[in-house]
Design a protein. Structure first.
Length: 93
């Protein structure tokens, strides 16, 4: 938030190594509180990710997590056009 309490997205150094934004770390609980899981995310980098992020200048998931939902993301980052289109598909519409 800026000095006038307006929310803005600071992407001034988006191309720089180590850029990170909108980071969160906390817990997720199911509605009945029977399931509790660590929850962490961020734009461009994930905070406290242990060994998930193996990238130098940008986020790149560890290949050992490929089968946990990262396979298409890895393919897209390696130049696969079909995978890249799928990454940008607006699945929520």
């Amino acid at each position: 938030m800026n000095k006038n309490n307006k929310i803005y997205y600071d992407d001034l150094f988006v191309g720089a190594d180590g850029f990170e934004n909108n980071r969160f770390i906390g817990i997720w609980k199911s509605y009945d509180n029977k399931i509790v899981k660590k929850c962490n995310w961020g734009d461009f980098r994930i905070i406290d990710d242990k060994d998930l992020d193996q990238g130098d200048g940008q986020f790149h998931p560890n290949k050992k997590y490929k089968n946990n939902g990262w396979e298409n993301f890895i393919k897209a980052n390696n130049g696969d056009d079909a995978a890249n289109k799928l990454e940008y598909k607006e699945w929520w519409k």
